[in-house]
Design a protein around this ligand. Structure first.
Ligand SMILES: *[C@@H]1O[C@H](CO)[C@@H](O)[C@H](O)[C@H]1NC(C)=O
Ligand SMILES: *[C@@H]1O[C@H](CO)[C@@H](O)[C@H](O)[C@H]1NC(C)=O
Ligand SMILES: *[C@@H]1O[C@H](CO)[C@@H](O)[C@H](O)[C@H]1NC(C)=O
Length: 195
């Protein structure tokens, strides 16, 4: 009896090892900057991932979940029109009123999607990038004299997810995020910790 138990335990350990191994998250780096001045600006977010060979990231998409405060807005129609010129896919469950001043507006959750592309691969490590360039606009503020200061205090870092079309990536895909090309569906996604 004792012997059977230990064989089972050994088997369990052996089976668990590859799963722990493949669940190593790629290292994620985020660089973010706001370009232009005034009310109409551009938010540039560059994500780069460093992965070991067991992570097949070629068919993956990076998703930014942006909490857009009432101080500014994304014009979803404008971004959709820029799609052919390289703007990312964008989706919001909520309607965004582009006319309202900040005091009468609320925050919005917006998903922004970009395919991950291979940048280079050497010594068994690969680096991938997903760069996002999104126009955004400041809402009108009542009696605000320092727009820039107000804005920079308000721009929250996004939550970053990765979603892969093939299941070759055995990451811990435990989040349901609207899929990029068909947002009525939910895609199993993995949260990345970007620095
Ligand atoms: C977005 O940020 C605001 C203000 O910080 C917060 O109240 C709200 O709950 C956040 N929304 C989401 C979806 O995280
Ligand atoms: C993304 O931007 C970085 C600079 O921040 C650049 O080095 C890289 O080549 C860009 N990658 C792609 C796929 O556009
Ligand atoms: C997978 O994600 C869930 C939810 O975030 C978390 O509780 C769990 O510890 C994660 N597992 C691993 C192996 O990272």
């Amino acid at each position: 009896m004792r012997r059977d138990f230990s064989i089972d335990t050994l088997l369990l350990i052996c089976l668990s090892l590859p799963i722990i191994y493949t669940q190593t998250l790629p290292s994620c780096f985020i660089h973010r900057q706001a370009n232009n001045n005034g009310f109409h600006r551009e938010l540039q977010t560059d994500i780069s991932l460093e992965s070991s060979p067991e992570n097949q990231l070629e068919s993956c998409q990076v998703v930014l979940a942006e909490n857009i405060s009432s101080s500014f807005y994304f014009d979803l129609d404008q971004i959709e029109m820029l799609y052919d010129m390289g703007a990312p896919l964008i989706y919001s469950e909520q309607k965004i009123d582009v006319e309202k001043p900040a005091v009468h507006s609320s925050s919005h959750l917006v998903y922004v999607y970009q395919d991950l592309t291979l940048v280079k691969s050497e010594h068994g490590r690969s680096s991938f990038a997903a760069n996002f360039s999104v126009p955004f606009h400041l809402r009108y503020h009542q009696s605000s004299t320092d727009q820039t200061h107000y804005f920079s205090a308000d721009l929250q870092p996004p939550n970053v997810f990765i979603h892969c079309r093939v299941d070759s990536l055995e990451l811990n895909a435990s989040y349901d995020i609207p899929c990029g090309s068909s947002p009525e569906k939910q895609c199993k996604s993995t949260a990345l910790h970007c620095v």
